[in-house]
Design a binder for this molecule. Structure first.
Ligand code: TMP
Length: 238
């Protein structure tokens, strides 16, 4: 059989062409990275866990009427998605202060602000994905103000759906990063993945961190934490 053409290779995933020009195969790898690729490791089985977790989450978002690139999961490591052109922005949503925001503002991790905080980073390896604002994004020519308005409105809805999903499995959705893309017919849809690699997820009872901070901060038991998230999400379906 002919080897499918690799369209893109990222830190944690590969994208392959399919027979349908509008559909790509997304393959999840076991690579873990942090601090703009300075720290790297392989966590056996992480790709399988993230593929399954992200598939469940995107399935929920599709059901809730959020436009996403996700079509269906094929097997342990692969899923089919609509082909999109990624908008080079990382949209970060923060329900609780943690990570870089705690450092930047001198606030304690775990502080709950009265508002939801949105950050944007410009996806550029050369620049180290700098934090930017709406005006910078428009000046860079990567979105219009109207598109940003649409992105923020979709993001607020995604946050509502995800908060209530994680509530049901006794997890606080502290913060998360999402990316959007444009389909061939020009629609903006949620793309990439949503998993413990891209979210901060704290157990509501024990406050245990069940996300990539375990890798970033050398806390150990990374795979086990991701397994807890998948087990709880799968239990919801039963
Ligand atoms: P931060 O505290 O490092 O700014 O991260 C905020 C949230 O966004 C956290 O859940 C991790 C996620 N994130 C990514 O998934 N990829 C990134 O490149 C960045 C900067 C954050």
């Amino acid at each position: 059989m002919k080897q499918p053409e690799l369209l893109y290779e990222g830190k944690a995933k590969q994208l392959f062409r399919t027979e349908d020009d509008d559909v790509v195969l997304m393959h999840y790898k076991d690579t873990a990275t942090a601090f703009n690729n300075i720290k790297k490791a392989t966590i056996a089985g992480k790709g399988v866990l993230n593929n399954k977790i992200s598939a469940i989450i995107f399935g929920c978002l599709n059901e809730a009427g959020v436009p996403t690139h996700y079509i269906r999961r094929l097997n342990d490591r692969d899923q089919l998605c609509r082909r999109v052109e990624i908008i080079p922005l990382e949209i970060i949503v923060r329900n609780i202060v943690a990570g870089s925001l705690a450092k930047r503002l001198g606030l304690e991790e775990g502080f709950k602000p009265s508002n939801t905080i949105y950050d944007i980073c410009y996806k550029s390896d050369a620049l180290g994905d700098p934090l930017i604002n709406d005006h910078h994004a428009v000046a860079l020519g990567v979105v219009t103000y109207d598109e940003l308005k649409q992105i923020y409105s979709m993001t607020a809805r995604i946050n509502e759906v995800l908060k209530s999903l994680f509530d049901r499995i006794n997890i606080t959705l502290v913060d998360f990063k999402i990316e959007f893309g444009r389909t061939s017919d020009g629609r903006i849809v949620l793309a990439d993945e949503i998993s413990p690699d891209t979210c901060r997820l704290w157990d509501k009872t024990t406050k245990e961190r069940l996300d990539r901070d375990r890798f970033r901060r050398d806390m150990g038991r990374v795979r086990e934490a991701y397994e807890v998230i998948l087990d709880r999400l799968e239990a919801l379906k039963k």
